[in-house]
Design a protein around this ligand. Structure first.
Ligand code: ACO
Length: 311
């Protein structure tokens, strides 16, 4: 009966064993994983848009090749994650329908525009840096398929973070105009990157339960603080500043203190009122509609192959 199964499930989680697709799990655990993994998958594919915006205008062949590879990696991450969600019994089609209908979220960060080439660097350094900080602990998530997908994703994110850092460093050490462009990009991406970690702990609806289930290993605020601590010395090496006058080493806590985050802005972006929400979701829907013939052709081809192998 369910009580016995639940006790077994709780014992497995407590013993740091992985929960696998065929194992019994509470309905709420399954639903919360689908929610988080789907939101994560959607973020990966929507996240292709702001950077793809610069592929045709990359300043050299080398930069263009790197950026194309990076954007393709994001598509791959989306696929690993939709596959992980499918092991919980929800199809990719269904999840995409929910995204297109506005019933599932994707990360707030991808609703900001990429105004200059330096934004590609700032996204790599800050957005992918924040993503790694948040995702490395997910490699130890209690749900096996999600944890395993995260291992590869984190390795690739780590490459993305370095390419962003290297790009920004080149600009920062370049001409005065290039340096100013890099600084402007960092100024615009810093605060939205801090918002990626989610609402403050006392407003985070899911944290307590997700931590008890060992889906999450650290709270939103803990990871945000870790990220700030990592970024401050990196900004110094880049020769750039972070746009926060309150940023200061707090000897007592052993962390950098930082200024207040504009949570009204975060809530507005989540409500669909960020600078690019409409553009992002429209472009996603259009890409899906325009790709219908590819899905139909692939299905027809697979049916034909299956038919042939029967004879
Ligand atoms: N953007 C959009 N929505 C967010 C964000 C954000 N930055 N942060 C939190 N939310 C949403 C949550 O999804 C939740 O909404 P829901 O109830 O409709 O699902 C609500 O705000 C409340 O937040 P929490 O209770 O704190 O949610 P949760 O415990 O799931 O923590 C977090 C949020 C940290 C984002 C977690 O889901 C997570 O670690 N996800 C995996 C990583 C991820 O999705 N990264 C995407 C961006 S990185 C990239 O793609 C490069």
């Amino acid at each position: 009966d369910d009580a016995a199964y639940e006790a077994q499930f709780n014992a497995a989680v407590a013993a740091e064993e992985r929960i696998e697709p065929r194992d019994w799990m509470p309905d709420a655990y399954r639903a919360s994983l689908v929610r988080q993994i789907a939101q994560h998958a959607h973020s990966e594919i929507i996240g292709m848009q702001p950077e793809a915006n610069w592929i045709t205008r990359a300043p050299s062949l080398r930069r263009k090749a790197i950026l194309m590879a990076k954007v393709q990696d994001e598509a791959g991450h989306g696929l690993y994650l939709y596959s992980a969600a499918e092991t919980l019994g929800t199809s990719r089609d269904e999840l995409l329908d929910r995204l297109h209908a506005g019933r599932q979220k994707y990360s707030s960060i991808f609703n900001y525009p990429t105004l200059s080439w330096a934004d590609v660097g700032a996204i790599g350094w800050l957005v992918d840096g924040a993503a790694i900080t948040n995702q490395v602990p997910l490699c130890r998530c209690s749900y096996g398929p999600y944890a395993r997908a995260m291992v590869r994703i984190c390795k690739e994110e780590s490459f993305h973070q370095r390419q962003g850092y290297e790009l920004l460093l080149a600009l920062s050490k370049g001409t005065e105009a290039q340096h100013a462009m890099a600084q402007d990009a960092v100024n615009r991406w810093w605060w939205p990157s801090l918002m990626m970690f989610g609402p403050p702990d006392d407003e985070s609806a899911h944290s307590a339960q997700s931590m008890a289930w060992r889906i999450k290993r650290h709270s939103n605020d803990e990871l945000r603080q870790r990220f700030v601590d990592i970024c401050v010395p990196q900004a110094e090496s880049l020769g750039l500043t972070l746009p926060d006058p309150d940023l200061a080493w707090d000897e007592e806590r052993g962390h950098y203190a930082f200024g207040p985050i504009d949570w009204d802005e975060f809530r507005e972006v989540l409500r669909g009122n960020g600078p690019c929400n409409e553009q992002r979701i429209n472009q996603r829907r259009t890409a899906h509609e325009e790709g219908a013939w590819v899905r139909e052709a692939a299905t027809a081809y697979a049916a034909k192959q299956a038919e042939r192998s029967r004879h």
